[in-house]
Design a protein around this ligand. Structure first.
Ligand code: CTP
Ligand code: MG
Length: 231
């Protein structure tokens, strides 16, 4: 085993409120398998990844239908927020992972991830003192609303990136950054925000449009197209 090692942690304990379906969105079947299965299989095919952990809600009744490969473990410790699910997962794997090992946290709702993107993130972030994340430079003209459906102003898109996952940080640093952010009441929606709140500057690495987060019903056919188009 090389040191430091790379682990994957997949938060999959959400309810998918914006999808509006009766089953949690992460169990929607796409290209013949549920979203978390795509993500589990992709991490299993990435040679750099030592082990993959998937975090589901304690009451989850869907995970049993998935095929969990040898180097993958299901953790039933999901929390009320994504940050809580990730924090609980990181705490649960502490006995198996060294503080300096890298953890790649990836949304179950991003089934378009590929082993090549995982390799790219690792290659570009592993020598960074903090770590990094996949993200896309913003291409649209960005408007801020006045809160009532009218434009307040236009925000320059220069230097703006839209964050994706995986986000790759060292286990010990990430767990303490998330705990600190939660303790201070910051509503962090990704791992990088927690590291930023600790005064750190994660590296931005260009991801891919196919790695978008499936959020709304109209996202399902687009994700299906990307997944069926892959080899
Ligand atoms: N997630 C989680 N625990 C939570 C909330 C979210 O593990 N308490 C996971 C989701 O399952 C998903 C990822 O975090 O894989 C990204 O969250 P998001 O896309 O917001 O999914 P949901 O929270 O399920 O959707 P919504 O916000 O529409 O309810
Ligand atoms: Mg959510």
């Amino acid at each position: 085993m090389s040191f430091p090692s790379f682990f994957a942690l997949i938060p999959a304990a959400g309810v998918g409120a914006r999808m509006g379906s009766t089953t949690p969105k992460q169990y929607a079947s796409l290209a013949g398998k549920p979203m978390p299965q795509h993500v589990i299989d992709t991490f299993a095919s990435a040679p750099e990844i030592e082990h993959t952990y998937i975090v589901v809600s304690p009451a989850d009744g869907y995970m049993d239908a998935l095929h969990v490969p040898v180097r993958c473990t299901v953790l039933r410790c999901g929390g009320d927020t994504r940050a809580a699910s990730v924090t609980n997962g990181l705490a649960a794997i502490a006995p198996q992972v060294a503080p300096d090992d890298w953890v790649l946290v990836h949304d179950a709702a991003r089934p378009g991830l590929t082993a090549d993107l995982i390799g790219k993130l690792i290659a570009f972030a592993k020598d960074d003192p903090v770590g990094g994340l996949l993200a896309l430079p913003v291409v649209d003209t960005i408007k801020r609303s006045n809160g009532h459906s009218h434009v307040a102003d236009t925000v320059s898109r220069e230097h703006l990136w839209a964050a994706q996952t995986p986000q790759m940080f060292r286990h010990g640093a990430l767990l303490s950054a998330l705990r600190d952010a939660t303790h201070k009441g910051y509503g962090v929606t990704d791992e990088a925000s927690a590291m930023e709140a600790a005064g750190l500057q994660p590296k931005l690495i260009e991801g891919s449009p196919r790695n978008f987060k499936v959020t709304l019903p109209e996202d399902l056919p687009i994700a299906e197209l990307y997944l069926r188009g892959s080899p």
